[in-house]
Design a protein around this ligand. Structure first.
Ligand code: ATR
Length: 275
């Protein structure tokens, strides 16, 4: 008898994760007899969990905070992008061990392609705000896509300097107080900071530097329309909310574990957003 395919998300805590809802929607939509579950794994239990989950019938797992960096140490094989990002969000359990990938960057690019079809990597410089883990994935994606110039700015400048040094390519660091000037002539503005998220202060960004030729995107999706996106839309910019990245980053894992390439649809967005 073939085993029912299992997958899940590990995190600590993990209750906030939208991934069970997202994969659950796809499992129902495609009539797949599988399960996707949230797994709260404390850091000290990570090694045991990664040893046991494949033996319990798990095909793979998504990984969220605080395990995204640590899981790389357990991978038999990791994609080049996961190594460069220094973190993995998608593990697949194979005969030869753990295969680790990071799909955040391609999720970001697919979301952009969907929400801003007029934007192309060669359209001009990109301004990236923030230098945390999400920024790393966005930067690797933009470098690999061929964006000619990337301006990186972060409240704590040293974190941006380290990222620029690690990743190389066309990344140039600018001071946080100069972030508005960094948008001059940019084709793309990306917020990867927490600012604008419910419960956080808004991103203080001068709306007068925005122009309608720009695409402005936020990785924050609670709320869907952050103050930055609201200002950008008022100016006439193309805006892309953060939910698309979350939905698109999930698709490669689902396909690997459950054998069906899933579609990102309005119904999926509704399922993930439902209270
Ligand atoms: P993640 O790995 O999910 O991206 P993170 O490493 O905590 O999360 O990064 C959060 C980002 O939001 C960082 O760029 C952080 O800036 P610092 O490196 O200076 O901490 C940024 N951020 C958070 N709160 C901020 C604030 N009040 N003002 C400016 N930037 C802020």
């Amino acid at each position: 008898m073939t085993r029912i395919p299992l997958a899940g998300v590990i995190g600590y805590p993990v209750g906030h994760s939208r991934s069970p809802r997202l994969h659950g929607h796809w499992l129902r939509e495609y009539g797949i007899a599988g399960h996707y579950v949230p797994l709260e794994i404390a850091p000290g239990d990570l090694a045991d969990a990664l040893d046991l989950l494949p033996r319990m019938g798990f095909r793979g797992i998504n990984v969220t905070v605080p395990h995204k960096e640590a899981v790389l140490d357990f991978a038999a094989e990791a994609t080049d992008r996961a190594r460069r990002i220094g973190a993995a969000n998608t593990l697949t359990f194979t005969e030869t061990g753990i295969h680790a990938d990071n799909t955040d960057g391609i999720g970001f690019l697919r979301s952009l392609a969907e929400g801003a079809p007029g934007w192309t990597p060669s359209a001009g410089p990109a301004l990236v705000l923030g230098a945390g883990g999400a920024a790393r994935a966005v930067l690797v994606a933009l470098i690999d896509a061929g964006v000619p110039e990337i301006r990186l700015t972060n409240r704590t400048r040293t974190r941006a300097d380290v990222l620029a040094r690690d990743l190389g390519g066309p990344v140039r660091v600018i001071d946080w107080p100069d972030r508005g000037k960094g948008a001059s002539g940019a084709a793309l503005v990306v917020n990867t900071t927490l600012l604008g998220m419910t419960g956080q202060p808004p991103l203080d960004f001068p709306a007068e530097v925005l122009d309608p030729a720009m695409t402005v995107t936020d990785i924050v999706y609670t709320p869907l329309e952050t103050p930055l996106l609201r200002d950008a839309a008022a100016v006439g910019c193309t805006t892309v909310d953060g939910l698309g990245m979350l939905l698109h980053q999930a698709a490669p894992g689902f396909e690997r574990w459950f054998g069906h390439a899933p579609a990102v649809t309005p119904a999926l967005r509704d399922a993930v957003l439902a209270p």
